[in-house]
Design a protein around this ligand. Structure first.
Ligand code: CU
Length: 150
């Protein structure tokens, strides 16, 4: 309880200070944006997911696993020379970002329990080495959706 209240007080102070509060933190400060899942084609058994994890903190973190009710088998992939390769974690650099995007790194959902349909959202929990898990809602977009083209 004490710890939770303390964190809340710090958050309130940061809100008032507006700037410079998290920038001198030595801990990772993560924020997720740009999340989406392209609608899988046909009755495909797998889907990809994309998020951007921004770290404004002074130390690096790692995305270590991803969980969701959509699938029990979610892995992290990097793309090298047009080929996918599974990795056990993805780095979130200090004062940098982890970018999952089309043609590059992505989340891979295997053995889908249901078909995600356009307009729905898929709740996903991102687990990190240092930071507490972050829940993200991935909106299901057109199969060919790419935020860079819209
Ligand atoms: Cu993949």
């Amino acid at each position: 309880m004490r710890r939770g209240a303390g964190a809340f007080a710090i958050a309130a102070v940061c809100g008032l200070a507006l700037a410079g509060c998290s920038s001198d933190s030595s801990k990772p400060e993560l924020k997720v944006s740009g999340a989406y899942m392209p609608q899988p084609v046909g009755d495909g058994e797998m889907a990809a997911g994309y998020v951007i994890v921004k770290n404004t903190g002074g130390s690096a973190d790692k995305l270590t696993s991803v969980t969701s009710t959509l699938s029990d088998d979610i892995s992290m992939h990097v793309t090298k020379d047009q080929k996918m390769e599974q990795v056990s974690s993805l780095p979130v650099p200090a004062k940098g970002e982890l970018d999952l995007e089309r043609g590059g790194n992505h989340l891979m959902f295997m053995g889908l329990k249901k078909q995600p349909k356009l307009g729905e959202t898929v709740a996903v929990e991102l687990h990190f080495e240092k930071t507490d898990p972050i829940t993200v809602e991935l909106p299901v977009k057109e199969t060919t959706y790419n935020p860079k083209n819209s």
